[in-house]
Design a protein around this ligand. Structure first.
Ligand code: HEM
Ligand code: NAG
Ligand code: NAG
Ligand code: NAG
Ligand code: NAG
Ligand code: NAG
Length: 456
């Protein structure tokens, strides 16, 4: 009876919009800006005499890298980063191992002390360093190891600090596939750098670079892209479509609007939201699994919890008791309560995820925009509901009076609860509360308690 033709655009639209978003981010992340800052270029060109070094902005920590290939596998390298405080360090190094990583890196580290002194030394970074052992300067004499010479550290009265050296690589390194690693920390003690932060940027700061062509394969590149896809799918699926579906169910089922299509639309939106969200969730699992170094525990636990219980909500499609069953009303209460609670949790977890992307603010504002839109829609409907409800009540009263009938109050829900007493999006701790209409305002309490006009 319901013509599903007219609903097809509804089915297609969110998927199209998501695809569109995804492809636009793909193209924008495919070409990272690799241009060095003018200041860095000036500083290293000034230092390197005749030949202008090649230069590349690195993928994280706002760091920059310049180099000139000399003879005999010797390379002049320059590494620059911004040390915003009066204390801090910056490090750059090469790793002879199978992949670019912290442990095993031979590094040159520049330290900025609070008294203004700048020092630079070489360091051998081992497993012990990562576990917290003191990291002190090491000299590399061995012919089999990297030789650093001509080390310098300089700055140009700004917070941009540059370290430079001439390195000579033994045969186990290839300049066409050089594993290099960089890092920035904000605490040091004399010539001892202290542990750096372990935010996403700090653990993604490794790359395998071809010094001939200047092309880098940052290990994180692929992962970064997946992360973006993960973020978009989850914000669209869990964060936008599921709340929209709830709004449809809440306001179009009976009151203030009664539409025969509400159930179909609700199911469509929830199914698409659930599908997109689940793909995003699975990508998140892959991301979490493939990162050996760090886990974001709260984000992960919440995500598993949300997935489990949302799946349970989706099972409602099949396991729902018959409309006439007497425990259907309890089932409805449970379905609604869990639904609102999940919306709140989802919004909390999206903010958790966005926190991981720090310091990129785009995500935060995009999601706050989504929440704001959902909250305004909810608020609009809620106000309309109350206006209509109060009018209806007044009319009912008038007719009752005329009929001199016995019972007052009318059929309208009287369960109390002033407007706003849970009607407004209050459920979530997060701004906008996930746009979730909170646990049943008065006009709906009869929906909750009666074997409502259920599915077709
Ligand atoms: C000063 C002493 C240092 C300490 C105590 C330290 C500690 C750590 C720890 C605990 C992690 C793991 C983060 C996590 O699992 O969440 C890590 C990761 C990392 N660190 Fe360090 N670090 C130090 C110095 C350095 C230096 C000098 C560099 C660069 C030359 C560096 C580069 C990295 C990189 C690239 C990672 C990402 C994961 C990996 O490749 O192992 N660290 N560090
Ligand atoms: C610092 O850099 C600016 C350009 O950014 C340059 O004009 C200036 O001469 C530099 N100063 C020193 C002391 O190197
Ligand atoms: C680099 O800059 C300094 C001062 O900023 C200047 O004295 C020096 O001559 C410059 N060197 C080159 C190679 O341009
Ligand atoms: C290259 O190495 C050879 C011997 O290993 C040495 O004689 C020569 O001076 C080196 N050239 C440069 C530019 O360092
Ligand atoms: C640096 O550390 C590695 C172990 O990671 C060790 O094999 C090597 O001998 C050390 N080099 C120096 C110069 O201490
Ligand atoms: C600055 O402090 C460091 C240690 O914190 C010390 O080694 C260095 O000599 C000091 N430099 C000056 C110019 O006081």
């Amino acid at each position: 009876m319901y013509s599903s033709n007219c609903l097809k655009p509804l089915l297609i639209f969110p998927i199209l919009a998501t695809l569109c978003l995804l492809s636009s981010t793909t193209t924008s992340t495919a070409q990272p800006s690799t241009q060095c800052s003018e200041q860095f270029e000036l500083m290293i060109t000034n230092r390197s005499g005749k030949n202008k070094p090649k230069c590349q902005k690195l993928t994280t920590l706002n760091a920059e890298f310049g180099w000139t290939i000399l003879k005999n596998k010797s390379i002049d390298v320059f590494f620059g980063a911004w040390l915003d405080n009066d204390e801090g360090w910056l490090a750059w190094g090469v790793n002879p191992g199978k992949r670019p990583q912290m442990i095993g890196t031979r590094a040159i580290i520049g330290i900025k002390n609070p008294n203004g002194s700048l020092i630079v030394n070489t360091y051998n970074i081992t497993g012990g360093t990562k576990l917290g052992c003191q990291l002190l300067p090491t000299e590399f004499h061995d012919n089999d190891d990297v030789l650093f010479s001509n080390m310098k550290i300089f700055t140009n009265n700004t917070d941009l600090v540059v370290i430079s050296a001439t390195i000579t690589l033994p045969s186990k390194y290839s300049i066409l596939d050089l594993h290099h690693v960089w890092q920035v920390g904000d605490e040091a003690d004399g010539n001892e750098p202290k542990k750096h932060p372990t935010a996403l940027q700090n653990v993604d700061s490794t790359e395998t670079i071809n010094l001939d062509s200047g092309e880098g394969h940052s290990v994180g590149q692929h992962r970064r892209h997946l992360r973006t896809v993960h973020g978009i799918l989850n914000i669209v699926g869990w964060g936008t479509l599921l709340p929209l579906g709830v709004i449809v169910a809440r306001y179009f089922r009976k009151f203030p609007f009664e539409s025969p299509y509400w159930f179909l639309v609700h199911i469509y939106i929830q199914t698409i939201g659930y599908t997109l969200g689940t793909i995003g969730w699975a990508i998140g699992l892959v991301l979490g699994h493939s990162s050996r170094y760090y886990t974001f525990r709260i984000h992960r636990i919440l995500a598993i919890f949300i997935f489990t219980f949302t799946s349970l909500q989706m099972l409602a499609l099949r396991l729902k008791p018959e409309a006439k069953d007497e425990y259907r009303k309890y089932w409805d209460m449970y379905h609604h309560f869990l639904g609102y609670a999940l919306l709140a949790l989802i919004s909390v977890n999206i903010f958790q995820g966005i926190g991981i992307f720090k310091p990129d603010k785009t995500w935060k504002w995009a999601y706050i925009g989504v929440l704001g839109a959902l909250a305004s829609i909810t608020l609009g409907f809620e106000i309309y509901t109350w206006v209509k409800f109060l009018r209806k009540k007044k009319k009912d009263k008038d007719t009752t009076k005329q009929a001199a009938g016995a019972q007052g109050g009318g059929g309208a829900p009287s369960a109390g609860g002033a407007p706003g007493g849970g009607g407004a999006p209050s459920a979530g701790g997060a701004p906008g509360g996930g746009g979730a209409p909170g646990g049943g305002g008065a006009p709906h309490s009869d929906d909750l308690l009666s074997p409502a006009g259920g599915p077709p």
